[in-house]
Design a protein around this ligand. Structure first.
Ligand code: UDP
Length: 232
């Protein structure tokens, strides 16, 4: 069986425990969830991590473009933290940044990234797309397309996509699977629209799952029906 090439999108919150933006316990849990998910399977893993634990581009006295640059820089910090946590858990990773942050991460180089991934090193993409007005969801879709990933896993705090907000509506029903067209027709928000559209165009499935339940990442990678899969 060919190795699965997977892009895991983590939100910045996956490193936080609520009181500190980057907590040792959350870092260690995230790294160990990744370790237990990839050690046995034939998985080539790339990761994009957000910045929402520290900064999400908006502030009255900071221009949007500057605020977005700050958000992208925070993804570099989060990626450095994740890379060290993975190393502590015994996993080697390579860190690439969209824009040059010499001394902190290598600049994105697609050929080099693919070589690292084929050697089964985890690749972490920092610095977002390198452009303001985008999100790390879009970064995840963009990098997934560039490395020809088979699937994008969106790690969230909910266990999938529902027909209504499950926090507000106790009768909300979860979808086990959807086509891209069904998701569009039903106006379901899977990822932001740029990310969704890129996955649809490049035929990369999106799995939305609850990352905060131990073992779920491993289950998704083992093909168990966890969360909601959106595909062609
Ligand atoms: N950002 C950006 N361009 C990108 C990716 C991210 O400007 O290509 C900025 C943007 O301000 C965003 C912030 O970085 O709000 C943090 O990313 P995101 O909100 O996606 O983080 P998450 O919610 O996943 O933690």
């Amino acid at each position: 069986m060919a190795a699965k090439r997977v892009l895991l999108k983590l939100s910045g919150e996956s490193l936080s425990d609520g009181s500190s933006s980057i907590s040792a316990a959350s870092l260690s849990r995230t790294a160990n969830e990744i370790k237990s998910a990839i050690t046995r399977g034939k998985v080539q893993l790339a990761i994009v991590i957000g910045a929402g634990n520290i900064w999400r581009g908006a502030c009255k006295f900071i221009e949007r473009v500057t605020a977005d640059k700050m958000g992208m820089l925070v993804t570099v910090m989060n990626s450095l933290a994740l890379s060290d946590a993975l190393a502590t858990a015994g996993m080697k990773s390579n860190l690439f940044s969209a824009n040059g942050v010499s001394g902190f991460a290598e600049s994105f180089n697609r050929e080099k990234v693919i070589r690292c991934i084929e050697q089964k090193n985890i690749v972490i993409f920092a610095g977002g797309t390198g452009n303001p007005f985008f999100t790390t969801d879009t970064t995840a879709a963009l990098r997934a397309a560039e490395i020809k990933a088979n699937m994008l896993l969106k790690a969230t705090q909910v266990d999938g996509v529902y027909n209504a907000d499950p926090k507000k509506n106790k009768d909300a029903v979860k979808f086990a699977s959807l086509t891209f067209k069904e998701a569009l027709d039903k106006h379901l928000k899977i990822m932001d629209s740029e990310a969704f559209s890129l996955c649809m165009q490049t035929n990369i499935s999106i799995t939305v799952f609850d990352f905060y339940k131990d073992g779920n990442l491993r289950k998704v990678l083992n093909g168990e029906k966890i969360g909601t899969i959106v595909e062609a």
